[in-house]
Design a binder for this molecule. Structure first.
Ligand code: ATP
Ligand code: MG
Length: 238
C-alpha cells in the first residue's frame, strides 16, 4: 500500500510509475486506486476513458472483478482498477476478499490510498504486506508521515518503508529540509528511495504520456522497484 498523512505528496503518481517499473521487471502488477471521488490514476496510467467499472462496482458486487481491470497501454504488465468518480466508502472486508481473488492473477497488488487515516487507509492496512509512506522534504509531510508510519507499525505490517519524493537536486537545489536524514529520523521508517523533483515526470503525469526513460526520476523509481523485488540496489542520492 502507498500512503501519506498529507495530500499531494505523490502517492498516485509514484504508484503508477512504480507499478510500471515492477511490471517492466516481469511482475504482473495490479494497481487499485482507493481514493473515491478524487481519481487520477486513470489519467497517469493512460487508461482515461477506457474504464467502465471501478473499485466500488467490484466491492459492492455490481460487476465481476475482471470487468473493472484495464491494462495500461503505456506500461505492459500493469493493470489498473480506478476509483469511482464519486461516493463509495472502501470497506476492509470486501477489499480483503478481492485481494484474495486477485492474488492468483497478479504478483503484486498496489493499493493507492487517500491521504490521511480514513477508510481507504484502514482498508488497505488490513490487507497489505508492505507500506510505502510517501513524504516530500518538508516538516509538515514529515510529521504526518510519522503518524502514518506509526499506524502501519502498530498494525504489524511486515515491512514499512519511506519514500522521499520531489527532492530538488543540482547546484541550486533548495529543499525545505536540508538533510534527508532528518526526514528518515522524523518518520522513523527505513528509506527505500528518493525521487527527485522532475518537470518531465510532472508533464508526463498530467497528460498521461509515457514516463521518459532518460531522466533521473525514472532511474530512482526503477531502483525502488528493484528493491521491492528484493534486489540489493545501493542508495545513490546525487
Ligand atoms: N517527483 C515529482 N516531480 C514533480 N512533480 C511531482 C512529482 N511527484 C508528484 N508530482 C506532482 O505532484 C502532484 C501531486 O501528485 P499526486 O496526485 O500523485 O499526489 P497524491 O499524494 O496522490 O495526492 P492525493 O493525496 O490528493 O491523492 C501532481 O501534480 C504530480 O504531477
Ligand atoms: Mg492520489
Amino acid at each position: 500500500m502507498v500512503a501519506s498523512g498529507k495530500g499531494g505528496t505523490g502517492k498516485s503518481t509514484l504508484s503508477v510509475y512504480l507499478g510500471a517499473r515492477l511490471a517492466a521487471h516481469g511482475a504482473r502488477v495490479l494497481l487499485v486506486e482507493l481514493d473515491s471521488g478524487l481519481r487520477s490514476v486513470d489519467i497517469i496510467a493512460g487508461v482515461c476513458g477506457k474504464t467502465v467499472y471501478d473499485i466500488e462496482d467490484i466491492l459492492s458486487g455490481r460487476c465481476e472483478a475482471d470487468k473493472a481491470v484495464v491494462e495500461s497501454p503505456l506500461y505492459p504488465g500493469l493493470s489498473v482498477v480506478s476509483a469511482p468518480y464519486s461516493g463509495g466508502e472502501i470497506r476492509a472486508g470486501a477489499l480483503r476478499v478481492l485481494a484474495g481473488k486477485m492474488s492468483g492473477c497478479f504478483d503484486i497488488v498496489l493499493l493507492d490510498t487517500a491521504a490521511g487515516l480514513g477508510a481507504p487507509f484502514l482498508a488497505a492496512k488490513s490487507v497489505a504486506g508492505m507500506g510505502l509512506v510517501v513524504i516530500t522534504p518538508d516538516t509538515v509531510t514529515m510529521r504526518d508521515g510519522r503518524i502514518v508510519a506509526d499506524e502501519l507499525f502498530a498494525a504489524g505490517l511486515p515491512s514499512v518503508r519511506l519514500v522521499i519524493n520531489r527532492v530538488s537536486v543540482g547546484p541550486f537545489a533548495k529543499n525545505p529540509v536540508k538533510d534527508l536524514d532528518e526526514c528518515i529520523d522524523t518518520v522513523g521508517a527505513q528509506l527505500i528511495g528518493v525521487v527527485p523533483q522532475s518537470a518531465e515526470l510532472a508533464a508526463a503525469a498530467a497528460c498521461g504520456g509515457p514516463l521518459p526513460e532518460n531522466i533521473l526520476a525514472f532511474a530512482a523509481l526503477d531502483n525502488i522497484a528493484r528493491r521491492i523485488l528484493g534486489e540489493e540496489v545501493p542508495l545513490a542520492v546525487r
